[in-house]
Design a binder for this molecule. Sequence first.
Ligand SMILES: [Zn+2]
Length: 91
Amino acid sequence: MYELKNYTEILVRQALQDYLNYNVISCSCERCQADIMTLTLNHLPTRYYVSLRGEFITKLESQSFAEQDCIMENIDRAAQQISAKPSHSLD
Ligand SMILES: [Zn+2]
């Protein structure tokens, strides 16, 4: 009934979609997006919360600009890294 969710992961997922709307990287397939997420999340603190299964967050906690900048910075770094060296061939 209840499950643990990582709030940071939700923020990063959204921020990555924003990032990909405005930036072109060599490959943005599902695998590369997962790699970027992993790399980014490993650099950010996890913030778990208890969620009722199936419940969606409609209003995200207000975050400071510094926090958003930090997330974007980490996504940018991870995206450049994965883009330069994807974990799959680009054929
Ligand atoms: Zn890819």
